[in-house]
Design a binder for this molecule. Structure first.
Ligand code: ZN
Length: 179
């Protein structure tokens, strides 16, 4: 297992379209393990393979809230390979989103509240389920990564520029090279 470097804006790899996984093999499962380790370390609740520089349609998520100090950490890892959205609700809900590739920046994005999705798990088994709330929102955010789309692309140009300006300032304050 290894913690992998996370690709951040404006890295052009984030704009790549990821390819479907042809076979869920040991190599894919090894990547999934590393993606979980990277996501938990960040920490984040979702990660797409392209965010660690691998352009294939693999997502990992864990929406479980961290336990209080002293409590046993309980994980709820979920893997989505070649995910598809079959149907979605008309109704959209705003949710404050962030992204490990746009570090420490948050903005409200509206997305359908309920979706019906199909995907493969790490054993190659197919699932089809109705997903709601945060799980639905998070899956849509992660699936956007597979198409080279970031949550900031859903914002108005003004808001997007504000987010990127704040990120550039944060990097500068931390002594990193400005984007
Ligand atoms: Zn993201």
């Amino acid at each position: 297992m290894a913690i992998l470097p996370i690709v951040e804006v404006p890295d052009p790899r984030l704009r790549q379209i990821s390819s479907p996984v042809k076979e869920v093999n040991a190599e894919v499962r090894a990547l999934i393990k590393d993606m979980f380790e990277t996501m938990y370390d960040a920490p984040g609740i979702g990660l797409a393979a392209i965010q660690v520089g691998v352009p294939i349609r693999v997502l990992v998520m864990d929406l479980h809230e961290p336990e209080e100090e002293g409590g046993e950490p309980v994980n709820d890892p979920r893997v989505f390979i070649n995910p598809e959205i079959l149907t979605h609700s008309e109704e959209e809900v705003p949710y404050l989103e962030g992204c490990l590739s746009v570090p420490d920046q948050y903005a409200e994005v509206e997305r359908p509240d309920h979706i019906r999705a199909r995907w493969l798990d790490e054993k190659g088994k197919q699932h089809e389920e109705q997903l709601d709330g945060l799980l639905a929102v998070c899956l849509q955010h992660e699936m956007d990564h597979l198409e080279g789309i970031l949550f900031i692309d859903h914002l108005s140009r003004l808001k997007r520029e504000m987010v990127l300006k704040k990120l550039a300032k944060m990097r500068k304050d931390r002594g990193e090279r400005a984007a």
